[in-house]
Design a protein around this ligand. Structure first.
Ligand code: NIG
Ligand code: FE
Length: 413
């Protein structure tokens, strides 16, 4: 099966398996007037600049005409909480009255509201909701995405959620990477007994998740009133012993020391990092921890914006993801966080493109197979209603996707 995408006005892609230096993060390859040939799902040929000849590799089954527009790799969303039941639109009024995210959580709302609904939902209901969100993501250009559990918070409900995530990956064309996040909140029945909940996580949930191979990563919400640095360390170390790679929600709302911990446990990535200090960033740089930044959440919570430029200057690889979830960022599109990253972090379009493709892929261990348009990687490609890369960051707030090709198959547009 071969697909050729011809008449590409401008191909914009990072290259390699991660962009870790300041220079690399902005080093997008720009190839005008080109074509891409994908065979059996994998990129086989990228025409050279100036060459508008057709693919020489034989008959193509599908020809996609890019009509002279911009083409990039499919977007890689490295941080989502898309599997849940229990939207929280009722919290909008509380927010507008000045109630904070952590106050709402402390009163049993927030994540805990979604937990109540998720526990009551069947696997099929969760799957159905997840499929709908993935459809929206795909329509906005996301071809690979991470999905966290963390709205179950009992052994049974966490396993149900992760089994639904596995099913999602089998049924949807978007590639799904599962993360166990039983350490997303202290469930009501363990209020004031966090030590016991941590024990349940470490002695029961994590070993079962690992045994059933339901997740690749283990994440924890290291935050005031949620999990302390010490508890987070215990959970992540336990995950590591069971073969789950560490990730950590760090310094999202308060500065607690999660970024430093990320360095100490050699986490694959640390997420949010809004209030990360120099020590935290130094520890991350020293341990090659990827910063997964979530500017849509800063915007939606009315929080500050992470120091993305400082991170890049220190040699930290920066990814940008959606954080799609029903509380702090109810939005599936990765385009809007990309726009916010450009304008609020003041990153260049090139740096943000790397963040939302190659470095996102690196943050979920997929950069050997996706995240850039290079020979041997998957044919995950977006054609944009945009003539060049700047346009993508300039004409904002609307869906600029024209066509999405996933593993060589035209799936949108
Ligand atoms: O990344 N901080 C914890 N988790 C999510 C929010 C989840 C929710 O509010 O439902 C986040 O912001
Ligand atoms: Fe999150």
């Amino acid at each position: 099966m071969a697909t050729i995408i011809k008449n590409i006005g401008l191909l914009a892609t990072p290259t390699g398996v991660i962009a870790q230096s300041g220079d690399a993060q902005g080093a997008i390859q720009l190839i005008p007037d080109t074509y891409i040939a994908v065979k059996d799902g994998v990129i086989e040929e990228v025409g050279k600049a100036g060459s508008s000849r057709d693919w020489q590799g034989g008959e193509a089954d599908t020809v996609v005409d890019a009509q002279g527009l911009l083409v990039t790799p499919g977007l890689v969303d490295a941080h989502t909480h898309l599997l849940f039941a229990g939207w929280r639109q009722r919290e909008l009024a509380l927010k507008l009255q000045g109630m904070s995210y952590l106050d709402i959580l402390a009163q049993g709302g927030g994540i805990l509201h979604t937990v109540e609904k998720t526990r009551a939902a069947s696997l099929e209901e969760l799957l159905d909701q997840g499929m709908k969100s993935l459809d929206i993501m795909l329509a906005h250009g996301t071809t690979t995405c991470e999905v966290k559990s963390g709205y179950g918070l009992t052994t049974e409900a966490e396993l149900k959620s992760l089994r639904a995530v596995r099913q999602l990956g089998r049924q949807h064309v978007v590639d799904v990477v599962p993360t166990f996040m039983g350490a997303h909140a202290i469930p009501v029945e363990y209020k004031g007994r966090s030590t016991e909940y941590v024990r349940l996580l470490c002695e029961e949930m994590i070993p079962l998740v690992a045994e059933e191979r339901l997740a690749e990563f283990c994440d924890v919400f290291c935050e005031t009133g949620v999990f302390t640095v010490e508890e987070s360390r215990e959970i992540l170390e336990c995950g590591k012993r069971c073969g789950l790679l560490p990730k950590i929600h760090a310094e999202e709302i308060t500065a607690l020391g999660g970024a430093e911990l990320a360095g100490k446990v050699r986490a694959t990535s640390a997420e949010h990092l809004i209030h990360a200090d120099d020590n935290g960033l130094d520890a991350m740089a020293a341990a090659n921890v990827i910063a997964v930044l979530l500017p849509g959440t800063s915007f939606y919570l009315g929080e500050a914006f992470a120091r993305a430029k400082d991170m890049i200057d220190r040699g930290i690889a920066v990814a940008v993801a959606s954080d799609f979830n029903p509380g702090s960022c109810p939005n599936e599109s990765l385009q809007i966080p990309m726009n916010i990253a450009c304008l609020k972090y003041r990153l260049t379009p090139e740096q943000v493109l790397t963040a939302a493709t190659l470095n996102g892929a690196a943050a979920i261990n997929r950069s050997g197979s996706t995240g850039s348009i290079e020979l041997g990687k998957l044919g995950d490609i977006v054609i944009w209603n945009a003539p060049d890369l700047n346009f993508l960051f300039y004409h904002w707030g609307v869906n600029l996707v024209k066509t999405v090709v996933k593993r060589g198959k035209r799936v949108v547009g």
